[in-house]
Design a binder for this molecule. Structure first.
Ligand code: AMP
Ligand code: ZN
Length: 486
């Protein structure tokens, strides 16, 4: 497969497209900010991991040996990204009367289930924040004298001690600063906690001894520590959602600069990573994305309504990761149809042949365009259309065509060679009728129609409809029935 095009990625730090130059030849080291496990992830959160997965798969396909770390935040993330509010996990534990460790375990498992359902590859390591508290204390000790000061509430980072603070955000705006000034005694509104002391007389479920008193680490510290420890500074790429450009990543960068000798950000490596990449948001106009709304948009809700989770993955790929993407059920339905067409094309090929690698010269121009699209800052919308063009090619060898599609799908991750056509049928969880019942009623209806007994045929059709099954005569995709929402 052709890899002729140099990989160009958009660096949020320099605000430009840059050719990827690995720090260690032949390797790519990537760190992704992971979930805070105090609740289920919503599908917007999962867009961030689909993006990181496509980035990782692209680096693998380009031949780099990938080392990918995703963290699990089980301590320190407050209800406000600044230093105000309660710890999200402590709060969830109080609300549910469960131990914080049980809460973290439950939501970590739920997050991993979504990761698997979306065919997101396992990273080299899931790093769990609470495993790194001693390392966080060591990191804090190294930067404390030159860059931090103590208040009654804990140890704070003085952002004026590093050059170019906030360059990533370019948002040292009045508004931004106003939002951060929550703690009495801070020298600058943007200063942030490295260590938060447990207030006198209180006891937290998660707290540790430190040179700055018993307490818990500030949220930003964990990512600096885990990325530096597991990937080594500077590493290649740091990813996260676009909201992290404002506070979390500028603060991580300031910590990294302090740790790695305070150099300014005209040299991107001083930030700890050469490239900082951010996915834009998935938005939903009626507010169902908010975890505080009753039935928020979890992947499981999509599955319960009958959508295959990979339809959501395809929906993500239809948009460029730096564009906002609007969620709608119609949009998801359209993505499901697109996935069905691809899966059916591949199923037809698999019935005829095994993949014949490498694909022959007929496919070279397509594979080159696929490579060009991905190399252009991960242009998955264009890459997807190339896969569809190949799937539609006539008079080509089935095995070679299958191999070409497989090679492209290794990057897009739609699992086209493994998903079964029947799994893509819209099948809400509330439906009770079995597929066998549907098939036998449809067979009886076919027989009635063959004998021109239209009264029976219509009666059978109505009987199915009463159970939520719509018979689909002449469906262009050859689907004979679908289940509506019961
Ligand atoms: P959190 O668990 O809140 O730390 O978020 C996990 C990841 O999801 C972070 O990278 C966020 O930036 C990202 N994120 C949050 N909301 C959205 C959204 N609506 N669309 C895309 N990414 C999001
Ligand atoms: Zn982070």
């Amino acid at each position: 497969m052709t890899h002729a095009h140099p990989l160009k990625l958009f660096n949020s730090l320099t605000r430009q497209l840059e050719a990827f130059q690995p720090v260690h030849p032949g390797e790519a080291r990537v760190y992704t900010c992971g979930p805070t496990v105090y609740n289920y992830p919503h599908i917007g959160n999962m867009r961030a991991y689909v993006f990181a997965d496509v980035l990782g798969r692209t680096l693998s396909y380009k031949g780099y040996k990938l080392s990918h770390v995703i963290n699990i935040t089980d301590v320190g993330h407050l209800t406000d990204d600044a230093d105000a509010g309660e710890d999200k996990l402590e709060k969830a534990a109080q609300a549910s009367a469960q131990s914080i460790w049980d809460i973290a375990k439950h939501y970590t498992q739920a997050y991993w289930a979504d990761i698997a359902a979306l065919n997101i590859r396992q990273p080299m390591q899931w790093s769990i924040a609470t495993d790194y508290v001693p390392a966080m204390i060591e990191f804090g000790k190294r930067i404390a004298d030159k860059h931090c000061y103590q208040l009654d509430s804990g140890l704070y980072f003085d952002v004026s001690t590093v050059a170019d603070y906030g360059r990533l955000a370019r948002a040292a705006t009045e508004e931004g600063e106003g939002r951060i000034e929550q703690v009495d005694g801070k020298r600058h509104p943007a200063d942030f906690a490295i260590w938060r002391k447990t207030p006198p007389g209180e006891k937290r479920q998660m707290e540790w001894d430190s040179p700055w008193g018993r307490g818990a680490p500030g949220w930003h510290l964990e990512c600096s520590v885990m990325s530096g420890e597991l990937l080594g500074f500077p590493f290649d790429i740091h990813t996260g959602g676009i909201d992290h450009r404002e506070i979390h990543h500028p603060n991580e960068i300031a910590q990294n600069q302090a740790f790695c000798c305070s150099g300014g950000l005209d040299v991107p490596a001083n930030s700890g990573a050469n490239l900082w990449m951010h996915n834009n948001f998935l938005v939903e106009r009626s507010g169902k994305m908010s975890k505080s709304s009753g039935e928020f948009l979890r992947l499981q809700l999509l599955i319960d309504k009958g959508y295959h989770p990979l339809a959501y993955r395809l929906m993500c790929l239809q948009a460029h990761y730096r564009s906002e993407l609007e969620f709608s059920w119609d949009g998801l339905g359209a993505a499901l149809t697109r996935l069905k067409r691809l899966v059916m094309a591949v199923a037809g090929l698999r019935a005829q042949a095994a993949p014949a690698t490498p694909p022959g010269p007929r496919f070279a121009a397509f594979l080159d365009r696929f490579d060009a699209a991905l190399s252009d800052d991960l242009n998955t919308p264009v890459a997807l259309t190339v896969v569809e063009e190949v799937a539609a090619l006539k008079k080509v060898d089935a095995g070679e065509k299958l191999a070409a599609i497989a090679a492209m799908d290794a990057v897009l991750g739609l699992d086209l060679l493994a998903v079964d056509r029947a799994d893509l049928r819209l099948r809400p969880r509330t439906a009770t009728i079995t597929e066998a019942e549907i098939e036998s009623t449809l067979a009886a209806r076919k027989a009635a129609r063959a004998e021109k007994d239209f009264a029976t045929s219509d009666a059978l059709r109505d009987q199915l409809a009463a159970q939520g099954v719509e018979a689909m005569d002449g469906d262009p995709l050859g689907w004979e029935w679908k289940l509506g929402e019961g």
